[in-house]
Design a protein around this ligand. Structure first.
Ligand SMILES: Nc1nc2c(ncn2[C@@H]2O[C@H](COP(=O)(O)OP(=O)(O)OP(=O)(O)O)[C@@H](O)[C@H]2O)c(=O)[nH]1
Length: 414
């Protein structure tokens, strides 16, 4: 069945937990026992209604104890589609979590409190969605019940939002929806309180939005994760390369090149857990065997012969700084890119981006937590890559502090 991955972003108390709870509840994706448990808790606490935010409270409780949970993934399904929600905490310091949650999403729901309108967080979240090339954004104006379901209030917010978003050129589709997560207006069922709104409910939109064609099916890329050489006699000739297709299509018989060595060969067969297949495409996980015995190890990339990626020791990239320690000057880092890892140094900080104005701030020299900007990286070995624009997998990386093993930044290659 078709799968949609989406992320939710909003400030604290905009109603994210309530919205996710409402989606699960009204689409009947929660289990009876879960429902009984939250009904009981709500009754015990004397709430007049069933508090749907309790469905996602596991995350909240852990957060309150000071445990850093970056992103919680939730699954639900309707007869039309399967969904994976990346649920990220809304506090200002958690931009990095949104980057993590959004990095695999097809769509972002940006929540706005109808009483507050477009605020800095809204802009920050939209900017990140754009940076990560999430093409579909739903602007969910929540708590419409608290502004008397006013069309004027809603229209004003959407106008403000569109003014800002017109400068975000990667977002191709913005769908505004007025909702009340608490009362369920326009979440799963169409609201009767807002007859002026002609569009779909949120769930209807999530079920029907077309997100095909986002994988790169042109440039064949296969980062090798494991070399498989079984020890048994029966299999002693077998040498397979396991990994996940990061782009394009591989077929038995295809002429391939292995990078960085440059050796060439042909695909003999494509194995999966369910038997051999004739062709593999992103994001399938497969094991390839080749017609020649050549030296391949983890971190190598198998590509089609006439369609090589780029290779360079100097990478231009946009990064989001995650660490609460500011970036040191000429910071030494470990670059993790596809299945490869190597030393690198931040050779230049070009500029930071002011997310409110989208202006470049030059001469900053360093990054603080949540800062976004452009750098040049010098790597110890050539990095075999594509631009993030062409391929989200082979165009993205993370930076790790070699001393503490902390993930200090996520980056997108320009
Ligand atoms: N009136 C009204 N209240 C709402 C609505 N949606 C959420 N709320 C209330 O707003 C408060 C915050 O909602 P949550 O769902 O916990 O907010 P959140 O964004 O998940 O907050 P964090 O998890 O702390 O980031 C709760 O008291 C909800 O009951 C709505 O549509 N209308």
């Amino acid at each position: 069945m078709d799968l949609l991955r989406f992320t939710t972003a909003g400030s604290v108390d905009d109603g994210k937990s309530t919205l996710i709870g409402r989606l699960l509840y009204d689409s009947k994706s929660i289990f009876e026992d879960q429902l009984e448990a939250i009904e009981e808790t709500s009754k015990r606490r004397g709430d007049g209604h069933v508090d749907l935010a309790l469905l996602t409270d596991g995350l909240k409780a852990e957060r309150e104890q000071g445990i850093t949970i970056d992103v919680a993934y939730r699954y639900f399904a309707t007869p039309k589609r399967k969904f994976i929600i990346a649920d990220t905490p809304g506090h200002i310091q958690y931009t990095r979590n949104m980057v993590t949650g959004a990095s695999t999403a097809n769509l972002a729901i940006i929540l706005i409190d109808a009483r507050k309108g477009v605020i800095e967080q809204t802009k920050r979240h939209s900017f990140i969605a754009n940076l990560l090339r999430i093409q579909h954004v739903v602007v969910a104006v929540n708590k419409m019940d608290l502004v008397d379901y006013s069309e004027e209030v809603y229209e004003k917010i959407i106008k403000d939002y569109q003014e800002f978003a017109s400068r975000l050129d990667n977002i191709v589709d913005i769908t505004p929806i007025p909702i009340s997560a608490l009362n369920g207006d326009n979440v799963v069922d169409k609201s009767t309180s807002m007859p002026w709104y002609q569009g779909p409910s949120l769930l209807y939109h999530l079920e029907h939005v077309y997100v095909g064609g986002e994988e790169n099916h042109v440039d064949a890329r296969f980062p090798v994760q494991w070399v498989i050489r079984p020890q048994s006699d029966e299999w002693h000739d077998f040498r397979g390369y396991a990994g996940r297709v990061a782009g394009g299509v591989f077929k038995a018989g295809d002429e391939i090149t292995v990078l960085p060595s440059g050796f060439t060969s042909q695909i003999k067969a494509i194995h999966t857990a369910d038997g051999n297949i004739d062709e593999a495409f992103a994001p399938q996980s497969v094991t390839l065997t080749l017609t020649d015995e050549i030296d391949i190890s983890r971190g190598d990339m198998i590509v089609k012969k006439n369609n090589p990626p780029q290779s360079s020791q100097d990478l231009e990239a946009m990064i989001c700084w995650f660490s609460n320690k500011p970036m040191a000057s000429r910071a030494k880092v470990i670059l993790r890119h596809t299945s490869r890892e190597m030393q690198a140094i931040v050779s230049e900080v070009k500029y930071l981006v002011d997310i409110n104005t989208l202006h470049k701030v030059e001469g900053a020299g360093t990054f603080a937590m949540n800062d976004v900007g452009r750098i040049t990286l010098r790597t110890a070995q050539p990095v075999i890559h594509d631009s993030y624009r062409r391929n989200r997998q082979t165009g993205s990386f993370i930076l790790v502090d070699p001393g503490t093993n902390e993930t200090v930044a996520a980056g997108m290659i320009i």
